[in-house]
Design a protein around this ligand. Structure first.
Ligand code: FMN
Length: 364
């Protein structure tokens, strides 16, 4: 299975490499009748793009999106929507010196073992640039979801061991883009920034935790056994490069809790049976409860670092010390925010279409 497509009824296929000519996405299953412009997609791509701040790679790309199909006079036609972005600032020769040297922590060795060849120019498809297609597809999913009152947003909850204080959803939405770290707790954001700068000076990198929240999700999304909503979201998140863990609601802390602490008591609210709290993160039995879906992902430190590490020159088959120079994100979580939002939106849009709550063929 080639593994470049994701979703069932609302399905994306992404294509392109970091230093190839272009990257893009084909989305099948967008119902007819959705208003869609390049601006809708560009605003999400702008939050993802490199070179946007001092905490992202200095590669300078405008990532201007072109919609190639599936839209006429600003309205989707029900046909596949394809979109692309040209690569304009690839400096591939910067990677020549590691053509035969797999970077520790990156996908280089695994790709070489599997395919016998790898695109060493910026990591090819294992590059963070691959996420352009996800974010472009996610922008369409978000637009569909917004028509049903579903909002998806994310923020950096922890970076380099610095934790953001708990904030309300409104505060997170309001503050998340107020600083380059994308941490809604502005005091913590300053400390995170200092940590990034220290790591950079040391030729090292740091990781963190991104929290993704979806509000307005109706009860009843997800299938009982092999199509669980949390399983689909976990698959979506784990499919992003550098994501090493996923948790929902109380998450891994539940292992140390008592049932009485973990359970969400049920109460009557306006005549409806409703969970009083949300330790479950909006999903029980693989099916949404109507509470906000709350998911956190652990993002590892950027693998390409200039600190010396051991690797092997696979041309000469000898051990060497390697320092990775060039243009890299000193930390990934700030750029992960729009990517993780997109993956959440894609899963929710797929379940909304599959369950008949959106479309499936037309909104007209
Ligand atoms: C938005 C984004 C940006 C990334 N930027 C870099 C980078 O600048 N340098 C790097 O070595 N890895 C970067 N990565 C991580 C690699 O893509 C990832 O570590 C690699 O594909 C190996 O996959 P794994 O970490 O899931 O095992 C980035 C990932 C994402 C999602």
């Amino acid at each position: 299975m080639p593994g470049n497509s994701f979703g069932h009824s609302f399905r994306i296929t992404t294509w392109g490499e970091s230093h190839g000519k272009a990257l893009g996405v084909v989305i099948d299953g967008v119902p007819a009748g959705l208003e869609l412009s390049e601006y809708d997609v560009q605003k999400d791509l702008n939050r993802r793009r490199p070179g946007q701040s001092e905490v992202s790679t200095p590669r300078s790309e405008s990532d201007s999106v072109e919609i190639l199909s599936g839209v006429i006079d600003g309205i989707t036609t029900g046909m596949p929507v394809s979109m692309m972005v040209w690569n304009k600032n690839a400096k591939s020769s910067a990677y020549d010196y590691i053509k035969n040297i797999p970077r520790p922590g990156h996908a280089d060795l695994a790709y070489t073992e599997k395919y016998g060849i790898r695109d060493h120019r910026g990591g090819g498809r294992s590059s963070g640039r691959e996420t352009i297609g996800r974010v472009a597809g996610g922008a369409v999913a978000r637009k569909l979801l917004s028509q049903k009152g579903i909002d998806v947003f994310a923020h950096v909850a922890e970076l380099g061991g610095i934790k953001a204080k708990p904030l309300s959803f409104d505060e997170i939405r309001r503050n998340v883009d107020s600083n380059v770290v994308r941490c809604a707790d502005t005091e913590a954001a300053e400390k995170m920034l200092a940590k990034i700068n220290t790591a950079r000076t040391e030729g090292d990198s740091i990781g963190g935790i991104v929290e993704i929240i979806a509000t307005g999700v109706p009860a009843g999304l997800g299938e009982p056994v092999f199509g669980k909503l949390d399983a689909d979201i976990a698959c979506a998140m784990m499919g992003i490069g550098a994501v090493k863990g996923v948790e929902f609601g109380a998450g891994f802390e539940c292992a140390g809790m008592k049932g009485s602490q973990m359970n969400d008591a049920l109460i009557l609210s306006n005549g409806k049976v409703t969970p009083e709290s949300n330790q479950a993160g909006g999903i029980t039995g693989g099916i949404s409860t109507g509470m906000p879906v709350v998911c956190r992902i652990a993002v590892k430190p950027t693998p390409s670092i200039s600190k010396s590490q051991k690797s092997v020159d696979m041309g000469e088959m000898k051990e060497i010390d390697v320092e990775i120079h060039g243009r890299h994100d000193p930390t990934i979580p700030p750029r992960m925010v729009p990517v993780a939002e997109s993956m959440m939106a894609l899963v929710l849009a797929d379940h909304m279409v599959r369950s008949g709550r959106i479309g499936p063929d037309s909104l007209l």
